[in-house]
Design a binder for this molecule. Structure first.
Ligand code: AHR
Length: 533
């Protein structure tokens, strides 16, 4: 029985426990790598982050306060800093999200005790008394302190929805004007920072079609130009990011992209923010349980990112044939209807399971494969939120399965994309329409110096994939090691009580002819590092 037939049979429920007895095949899949044809550099910023003043992301998640008994550095949760350093987090997008278009940066500078308490976008959705009102205890300098501790580059989302161009320009000057020039630079120094912050990444609004102003694309384009034309020209040269489409809309929101670029009259921003949520909000799918149908539905929806990237890139080409504008996928991840929340006030927080780890892996493989188009990507959101790497509440803290994917994919950051061909039988699975199909193995590869990083995901819930990895002629290696992330339960998650349910293990890789052979377990992500001779 082949994998396709087996799955069909399993889907009909006839074979019961056959999955457990499925024999290992000689080679179910072949992966061919051509390191000599290495292509574009995978921007490390693709492995970026997003933190918003929302639920428990900032307060409790990151900011515990200077007086807290929880180990902290100047009020910032130490464990969070250590883990973000460990994965080499390249950037942090802040302060939103929807929060950004209601945020006024001056509320978050100066002595903490004197900062105002302010209304924010999420306030009305929060249960009474739970960080509903913004205290501004975590303000701009605290954000920069966090970035410096982690070694991440700040990506600041400016307020277009309720702010003015002047407010934006003042913020930029406050950050980047050299000491002794503008009064704003003196003010910065008085607040403890003499040297300019040197901020490069600026988002000009967020989701301007929705919470960022409910604009039409042409209206936003006009506003965008007003916001950037008089941008203060201090070093470094800014990288300006325009608000892009709601990519997960059924029509891909192509109208936003074409409407915006049409109205820009050939002016091109540096980056165009595409959002893609694997959006299961209005469904019965929850993280804590996963039928085969739900498992595949989530992964297949995640795979749609690839087509959405290609469609928007093509649409942009008409207006920007040289592709001066790159994509910035500054919100991506899974989004379920409210599941078991880590605390009642932490709206939008969800349990992150093995399924989300595989989703993250296939997303990164897509981003890597489109490295030439993508400047940056930011998972939504890093802690206590949707597709999070960490959950934290008071002294409790845990790394989710998704965290380990960042660890496994670290080798791709700054590597050159290596052409990779996969030959594997498709998986056929039960879906709402009857049957659905996805590739039997997904992956990407890159090279840095002599080290090849190959990441592969086996989405099957029933069978391992015996994989032969072949190196194109002219390249040789006899040294490889592998790591794998998997669990028998598709809904496995790490909790405060059991933090190591899903974690990394070694994956045996053996030399075979002109390459290697490896068995990738069912429902698993594998990372294989090959040292070229
Ligand atoms: O990540 C949560 C929210 O999703 C963000 O605030 C908003 O930009 C998006 O709709």
């Amino acid at each position: 029985m082949n994998r396709r037939l087996l799955l069909k049979t399993l889907a009909s429920g006839v074979l019961g426990t056959l999955a457990a007895r499925w024999p290992l095949l000689a080679a179910d899949a072949e992966v061919e790598l051509a390191p000599q044809q290495a292509g574009p550099v995978i921007n490390p910023h693709i492995y970026g982050h997003f933190i918003e003043h929302l639920g428990g992301v900032i307060y409790d998640g990151i900011w515990v306060g200077r007086e807290s008994k929880i180990p902290n550095i100047d009020g910032i949760r130490k464990q969070f800093v250590d883990d973000m350093k460990r994965i080499g987090a390249p950037n942090l997008r802040w302060p939103g999200g929807c929060f950004a278009d209601g945020y006024h940066w001056r509320d978050g500078i100066g002595p903490s005790a004197k900062r105002p308490r302010t209304y924010n976008f999420w306030e009305s959705r929060m249960p009474p008394g739970l960080h509903a009102t913004e205290s501004n205890a975590f303000g701009f300098h605290e954000f920069i302190r966090l970035c410096r501790l982690v070694g991440a580059e700040p990506y600041v989302a400016a307020n277009v929805g309720s702010g003015t161009p002047q407010e934006f320009h003042d913020w930029v000057s406050y950050c980047n004007a050299p000491l002794g020039t503008l009064s704003l630079a003196d003010e910065r120094a008085a607040n403890g920072q003499k040297e300019p912050f040197g901020i490069r990444y600026w988002g000009v609004g967020n989701e301007s079609w929705g919470c960022g102003g409910s604009m039409k694309p042409g209206e936003y384009a006009t506003l965008y130009r007003k916001f950037v034309t008089q941008f203060p020209a201090f070093a470094p040269r800014p990288y300006l990011i325009a608000a892009g489409p709601r990519g997960h809309s059924r029509d891909g929101d192509m109208g936003w992209t074409t409407g915006f670029f049409e109205a820009m009259h050939r002016e091109a921003p540096d980056g165009f923010a595409l959002h893609f949520y694997t959006d299961f909000r209005n469904t019965k799918v929850i993280p804590e349980k996963s039928t085969a149908q739900e498992w595949y539905a989530v992964l297949r929806e995640g795979l749609r990112t690839e087509a959405v990237i290609e469609q928007h890139w093509k649409a942009m080409e008409k207006y920007d044939p040289q592709h001066r504008t790159k994509l910035v996928i500054d919100e991506w991840g899974t989004w379920y209807t409210a599941g078991a929340l880590i605390a009642p006030g932490y709206i939008l927080s969800q349990t992150t399971t093995l399924r989300d780890a595989l989703h993250a892996a296939i997303s990164f493989d897509i981003f890597n494969r489109h490295a030439a188009k993508i400047e940056m990507a930011n998972i939504a959101q890093t802690i206590n939120c949707l597709h999070s790497l960490f959950l934290a509440h008071e002294s409790n803290y845990v790394r989710t399965p998704t965290y380990y994917v960042f660890e496994m994919y670290r080798g791709h950051m700054g590597g050159q994309l290596v052409p990779l061909q996969i030959r594997a039988e498709e998986l056929v699975f039960p879906s709402a329409e009857g049957t659905g199909r996805i590739g039997g193995l997904a992956g990407s590869a890159s090279i840095r110096g002599k080290r090849l990083t190959v990441t592969l995901t086996n989405p099957s819930t029933h069978a391992p994939v015996a994989t032969r990895i072949r190196l194109a002629s002219g390249t040789k290696s006899t040294e490889a090691r592998g790591r794998v992330l998997t669990h028998d339960d598709v809904a496995a998650a790490n909790t405060f009580q059991s933090p190591n349910v899903v974690s990394l293990s070694q994956l045996p890789v053996s030399v075979a002819g002109d390459g290697f052979s490896v068995v990738i377990p069912k429902q698993a992500v594998a990372a294989i590092e090959i040292e070229l001779a």
